[in-house]
Design a binder for this molecule. Structure first.
Ligand code: KIV
Length: 275
């Protein structure tokens, strides 16, 4: 059966399409996206779902961690990604402070992502503590993606971004959390920075798709921060990052040649000027 026959072409992918792909054993991919242009490129490339992540705090807004980004900031990025796409499922992150206080607060935030942003689903971090929030959102008709393992919004409790989570006995707790999120109605689960064996164990235990980021090849789907994937970020990156391009070097070269041409009077020339 062709790709076109199983993935919708003329409408948006839904959470049911993602589940169906997982049920038939097909791996699918997600990327983060924060603007209309990259969203359109990623969708064209066959990336099935886009996450407007709170990593936008670091990747777009220049903060040191994910905590400062606000609902207002995220909603406008969600709306841009939705405007730039026709097919990809758009998942909007619930930022730090927008859901932890309880189901009512979570519902108000999630509703904004769907009503103002146009997202089709939301994501939040945490295990058993957020089960009431997940149940409330799903009960209100909002698909929820969970997020376990390294949960960057807890950077201050973790005492820094200690990479690998879920080693030893902590793996049993993570699996229990994953099952609780599935029971509460989550449609998928991000597993970040956990041992590959735990990623596989959780994936085998759940019916809903697991979306790995540093969780090994046993997950049903994968996600990466697009600037890591495309090599726009520089310096030390986590072990799980594979660079598929060197966007930093390409952009540096283009901007450098542009600046040099302007300085030398080579740009604009006749061909790029109006008569
Ligand atoms: O906010 C984000 O981009 C994320 C991904 C790294 C999974 O949570």
């Amino acid at each position: 059966m062709s790709d076109m026959a199983v993935w919708p072409a003329g409408r948006r992918i839904t959470v049911r399409d993602l589940q169906a792909a997982t049920d038939r054993g097909e791996r699918w991919s997600m990327l983060t996206s924060y603007d209309a242009l990259t969203a359109g490129v990623f969708e064209q490339a066959g990336v099935r779902a886009l996450l407007v992540g709170d990593t936008s705090a670091e990747m777009v807004l220049g903060y040191a961690d994910t905590l400062p980004v606000t609902m207002d900031e995220l909603v406008s990025m969600v709306a841009a990604v939705v405007r730039g796409t026709r097919i990809a499922l758009v998942v909007a992150d619930l930022p730090f402070g927008s859901y932890q206080a309880g189901p009512e607060v979570a519902l108000a935030s999630a509703v904004r992502h769907l009503k103002e942003g146009g997202a089709q689903a939301v994501k939040l971090e945490g295990g058993w503590r957020v089960v009431p929030q997940v149940a409330a959102l799903v009960g209100a008709g909002i698909p929820v993606m969970g997020h376990l393992g390294l949960t960057p919004q807890s950077v201050n409790v973790l005492g820094g971004m200690r990479r690998v989570q879920g080693r030893g006995d902590a793996g049993d707790q993570l699996l229990a959390d994953a099952l609780a999120l599935e029971r509460a109605g989550a449609f998928a689960l991000v597993l970040e920075s956990v041992p590959a064996a735990l990623g596989r164990r959780v994936s085998e235990a759940l019916r809903i798709p697991t979306v790995g980021i540093g969780a090994g090849p046993g997950c049903d789907a994968q996600i990466m921060v697009w600037q890591d994937m495309a090599g726009l970020t520089t310096g030390r990156v986590p072990r799980f990052v594979q660079r598929y391009a060197d966007m930093h070097a390409r952009l540096l070269d283009a901007a450098g040649r542009y600046a040099a041409d302007v300085a030398a009077g080579r740009y604009p020339d006749q061909a790029h000027s109006y008569a």
